[in-house]
Each structure stands twice: as structure tokens, then as C-alpha cells.
Write a protein of this length. Structure first.
Length: 617
């Protein structure tokens, strides 16, 4: 293969046709019936969260007039090509749009997993930014059938002229997967249980459609509404507010090519929520288990490195999203480096389950698993009690309290999205938001404290908050995709969050930043950034006190000089009701520069440990 593809020319091509021997017209069927979007609308609503709208193209047969009329009516981009040679359809479209990278989707898979697309784009970005060996095909595993996606380079698509059997014309990338010795094929671990491999979420027959309707009714649309059940607003008012916010957001970004839809409840259907439903209601998935699926025996990809690496990361529901997000980024980057990878949130119960692994990378705070390991363990951001005895087994990719006074040239690990993603190039220099807030899983009272503080300094329409609960005071969204997140970060002037991954990403973009704390640990880390990097700490946002040395210090006046300077700017409570306390807002750019080179440090550690193993140390 030749050259390194550029994500500037990354497209999503969706192959679709009306004709189907088993379920005619399925791509235009409403899911669920009678009022849900049709299958193509479901797909489009997901893709616009990842790529600009002009990079989403439906590839349809040139004789399919009904489908062409539908696409024209919806103003969806489309390309007409041969009916019986789908690969030729892709090749012709790639030439027309000057594509370098293609995400391949099919019209019978309405709920492609957005997270999988993000991981794949992470890999392409990393490969491009760091000038790695050209990738030919990237996918994620494991995922339910029909929720996965693959992406390949156009150079790989155009090759394989000697592979012209009927199966190659119908299955676009088959000529690549059949010859792993000729192509650089990587698989990124999703961290999901292998149980998902037995879940069928594609639509070929009526039984598939019946099962997918059951999924819709079980997961959406109620899930987007019921998670606010402890608030006073009715479900109808909440949905109306989401739609109003959607309109405001789209208007604010009307000059950009990427659009975001906030009010689509079917976005709640992800591989994760499907797996949860499977664990709780397995009978739903029995509906289509007898449907046959065409499969081809394929050789496994050939990786550049032979080492088997297990990544264990904290479950987001228990440890917050930062740990899982950082390890997912690392998994995508290590996959590009050529390693065999597995990812999970489950700690091993015995050594027997780890015999096939050469390296374990562990990111679950202070938990120690050394005694359960027969292979080297790399601890990420750990404060385990015996850390000082084994400093060579630890790497920090976020500042830690043990680094007090020594944050110069600190290496961090953040997404390659910070360097290069296509739709960022279309952003105008003028910022669209004055303040972006990240609130994680904060409850309603703590979210209210944040919002009451910021609305006194910024007009609500200039504020945007991700996470927490909807208070009705500022524009809000519970979750966003990674693409939306980086679009928001690049479109704001100031950023407010508790200490974590988002703070480091905002610093990398040279934003004005401030932090608040939600726990003892977060308070200590915020104070560290305040002292060493001039990032203001505003105080505790939660509506209760922590059992922390800092609580005692701040209350009895025995804190150090640096801590006095920090705490003097905090308004602990300007009203008697502790739920109504507010912050004195201060923002500053970081006085320290953090380098996004932690991946290099990790690769050096892996090579060192593998060398030690080979010589028997």
C-alpha cells in the first residue's frame, strides 16, 4: 500500500438498496413502527455526530429511483453506481469525492455504535499525526452483529484486481481481509464482554425487525426522559427543552458543516445499552437467533508485534469516565503500533486467566494486583501503598499529588483529536461559547450550585454544560460524542470542570481554565494545579463536606501559605442554604506546558520489560 491517508478526506459511505429478497424495502421501514425514523434516517442521525454532513454519502444502485427520490427529499448526499458490483460502486464514489479513508456502513444496520466509530477515527488520527505505517483496514471488536463498523483506506480498496469473484463484488472489503499478509489490518478492543458476539442487531428478515423493535421499545425513547425523574419538570417539558436547545445549538453553529442533534432518543441505543438489555431480558434476543448469517472463513490479521497486552480499566460507572476514556485512547494507539490487545474492566481472579498475556496495563486507582500477576504490570495513575518500592512499574498520564512542585515537562495522554480532525478546519476563529462546563455525574443540587454561580457572570445563552443534571438555568446535555466534545472545546473561551481528562485537554488547547472539587482526591489535585500551574481552584461544588485534611485546614486556619492564597478566593456560602452557595469565578491559562507524549513513555516501558523477559530477569 502507498502513502499515509489523511483524515481530512474521511467519508462515510452507506450502501443501500430497496430490493431485498428477504425483506423488501427494509431500508425505508420505520423503526419502530409507525412513527419512528426509517433505517437510513437512524444511520444518518448517528453519522452527523462523527463527521460533517458533506462527508456522509449514500451509495445506491443507479436504477433505484424510489430510493433516489427519498434521498433527494431528505437532502441527503447520494451517489449512483452499479447494482450488482457494490465494490465498484465504492471505488467510483471514492474517485468522485477524492476520499482517502472510508467508513463502510450498510442500510440494514440502523444502530451502528458511535463509540466504535470514535475509536476507529482515533486510530486513523494517531496514524496520520505520528506518521505511522499506513493503515489499510481498521475495525473494533467485540460488538453485536450489526453495530460494528469497519474503515479502510482508498488505496486498499482500489487494490485486489486479481480478486474478482462474485463474493468480492458484493462484500466490499473482503479482498483485503482475505490477505492479511499484504495489508496492515488492526482491530481495536472495545472492552465489552465476548457475549456480544452472539447478539444479532442487523435486519435481514422479519424476525430481525421484530427484535429491533423490541430493543427500541425497551431502551428508547423513555430512557432519555426517565433519567430526570427526580426533577420537577414533566417529561414533555424536558423533551421540549431538549428540542429548543437543539435549535439554539444548530443556529449557533449554522456556519459550520457539522450538525448536532440532541433530541433523538434513539441515540441511547448503543452496544453498551444493548448488552445491558441482553443481560436483563435475554428473551428479547431469542426472537431472531435462528436467522442465518452469511460468514466467510477469514485468516486473523497479522500484527507487527507479537506481544499480547491486557488493558484493565476502571468501570465508568464506578470510577468515572476518565479512566476508561484514557485507556480506550491508549488501546487505539497501541493497536496502531501493532500490538495484540484485549481490554476489560474486570480484574483477574487467578493467574491461569492471564497466561496468554505478556503485559498488563492497569488503571483502577489504588487497587494492587501485583500478587495475582505472572507477567509485568504497568500501573497508570496509581497511588497504591507500595508504589515507592516499585517506581519503575508506574507511569502517570495525569498530574498526581506526588508530583507537587515538579510538573515541568509532564507527559500526558490525550486524544489525537486534539491534533487533527477534519471538521475542525471549517470552524471560524470566533468562539461560539464564552464558557463550557463539564459536570460528570453531579446530582441536581450540585449542578444547581454550578449554574447559579456562572449565570451571574455569563448570559445563559453563552454557557454550555455537559453532564450533571438539567436545572433549566443553562443549556445542557447529559452526554456528547467525542467529536462533539472536541468541537465544543474548540468553540469556547473558558472551561470549568473538576480535575480530570477534560482539564488537561482544555489546557492543551490553551483555554482559560478553572476547577472545582467533588471529592477529597479531586480537591487535592485541584490545589496542586492551582499552586503549580496557576489554574484557579474555586472550591467544593458538592452539597456536603468531605472528610479531608483540607477541610480541617481551611476551617481552623492552619493551612499553608499557598493554600491560604487559594482558599481566600472561595465563597463557601453566600446564602444560609448550603445548596445555594456560589463561587467567585476566576479563570487562567496554565503556566505549565504539558506534553502529549505519554504514549512514547509507555512504549519504552513495554520494550524494556519485554527485553527483561527475554533475558530471564
Amino acid at each position: 500500500m502507498s502513502g499515509i491517508p489523511s483524515t481530512d478526506n474521511c467519508f462515510a459511505f452507506v450502501q443501500a438498496r430497496i430490493g431485498s429478497s428477504r425483506l423488501t424495502g427494509k431500508v425505508l421501514k420505520n423503526l419502530p413502527n409507525p412513527n419512528g425514523p426509517n433505517l437510513l434516517e437512524h444511520i444518518h442521525s448517528r453519522l452527523i455526530k462523527i463527521l460533517p454532513e458533506d462527508r456522509i454519502v449514500f451509495l445506491i444502485p443507479e436504477t433505484d429511483k424510489q430510493l433516489e427520490e427519498f434521498l433527494i427529499g431528505r437532502k441527503f448526499n447520494y451517489f449512483l453506481g452499479p447494482l450488482d458490483d457494490v465494490r465498484a460502486r465504492f471505488r467510483l464514489a471514492a474517485e468522485k469525492y477524492s476520499a482517502d479513508i472510508i467508513f463502510r456502513l450498510t442500510g440494514d444496520n440502523p444502530f451502528v455504535d458511535i463509540r466504535a466509530m470514535e475509536l476507529i477515527l482515533e486510530a486513523w488520527n494517531y496514524s496520520f499525526v505520528h506518521n505511522k505505517q499506513a493503515l489499510d483496514l481498521v475495525s473494533c471488536t467485540p460488538l453485536p452483529l450489526g453495530m460494528g463498523i469497519e474503515s479502510f483506506s482508498v488505496s486498499a480498496l482500489m487494490s485486489g484486481e486479481d480478486c474478482n469473484e462474485e463474493r468480492h463484488k458484493e462484500h466490499v472489503s473482503l479482498h483485503i481481509k482475505e490477505k492479511p499478509n499484504l495489508y496492515n489490518i488492526i482491530r481495536i478492543p472495545t472492552g465489552m464482554s465476548s457475549v456480544v458476539n452472539g447478539i444479532r442487531c442487523t435486519i435481514d428478515e422479519p424476525a430481525d425487525f421484530e427484535m429491533m423493535e423490541a430493543i427500541c421499545k425497551s431502551i428508547a425513547p423513555t430512557s432519555i426522559l426517565t433519567n430526570q425523574s427526580n426533577q420537577e419538570n414533566s417529561n414533555n417539558n424536558q423533551l421540549a427543552q431538549l428540542k429548543s436547545l437543539d435549535a439554539r445549538y444548530e443556529e449557533s453553529f449554522q456556519s459550520n458543516s457539522m450538525k448536532v442533534s440532541f433530541s433523538d432518543p434513539y441515540q441511547q441505543i448503543t452496544a453498551e445499552t444493548v448488552l445491558n438489555l441482553y443481560n436483563n431480558n435475554p428473551e428479547i434476543f431469542a426472537i431472531n437467533q435462528k436467522v442465518d448469517q452469511v460468514r466467510f472463513p477469514l485468516p486473523p490479521p497479522i500484527t507487527k508485534r507479537k506481544e499480547q497486552i491486557l488493558i484493565i480499566a476502571g468501570n465508568p460507572k464506578q470510577f468515572g469516565y476518565g479512566h476508561w476514556e484514557r485507556m480506550s485512547i491508549l488501546a487505539a494507539q497501541l493497536a496502531v503500533e501493532g500490538f495484540n490487545l484485549t481490554m476489560t474492566d474486570i480484574e483477574p481472579e487467578s493467574n491461569s486467566t492471564l497466561e496468554k498475556y505478556d503485559i498488563v496495563i492497569f488503571d483502577k486507582r489504588d487497587i494492587d494486583i501485583t500478587n495475582r500477576m505472572q507477567c509485568p504490570v504497568l500501573y497508570i495513575d496509581s497511588n497504591r501503598s507500595n508504589r515507592s518500592k516499585y517506581p519503575e512499574s508506574h507511569i502517570d498520564i495525569l498530574p498526581n499529588t506526588i508530583h507537587s512542585g515538579n510538573l515541568d515537562d509532564f507527559n500526558i495522554l490525550i486524544s489525537s483529536y486534539v491534533n487533527h480532525t477534519p471538521y475542525f478546519n471549517s470552524l471560524k476563529k470566533k468562539k461560539k461559547w464564552e464558557l463550557l462546563i463539564y459536570a460528570g455525574n453531579l446530582d441536581y443540587n450540585s449542578s444547581t450550585i454550578l449554574d447559579r454561580s456562572v449565570v451571574e457572570l455569563f448570559p445563559p445563552e453563552h454557557i454550555y454544560r455537559i453532564g450533571g443534571m438539567d436545572t433549566g438555568l443553562v443549556p445542557w446535555k447529559a452526554r456528547v460524542t467525542k467529536s462533539e466534545w472536541w468541537l465544543l472545546l474548540r468553540s469556547t473561551k473558558k472551561f470549568l470542570s473538576y480535575f480530570g481528562q477534560g482539564v488537561m485537554e482544555a489546557i492543551a488547547l490553551d483555554l482559560e481554565v478553572a476547577t472545582y472539587s467533588i471529592s477529597k482526591t479531586h480537591r487535592e489535585l485541584s490545589l496542586l494545579l492551582d499552586r503549580e500551574a496557576s489554574i484557579p481552584w474555586l472550591g467544593d461544588v458538592v452539597a456536603y463536606d468531605f472528610d479531608s485534611p483540607y477541610d480541617q485546614d481551611l476551617s481552623n486556619g492552619s493551612n499553608s501559605a499557598n493554600e491560604k492564597n487559594t482558599s481566600s478566593n472561595i465563597l463557601d456560602s453566600i446564602e444560609n442554604d448550603k445548596y445555594s452557595r456560589k463561587f467567585e469565578l476566576r479563570f487562567s491559562k496554565s503556566s505549565k506546558q504539558f506534553t502529549n507524549t505519554a504514549i512514547s513513555e509507555i512504549l519504552i516501558w513495554i520494550d524494556k520489560e519485554m527485553k527483561r523477559s527475554r533475558i530471564g530477569l
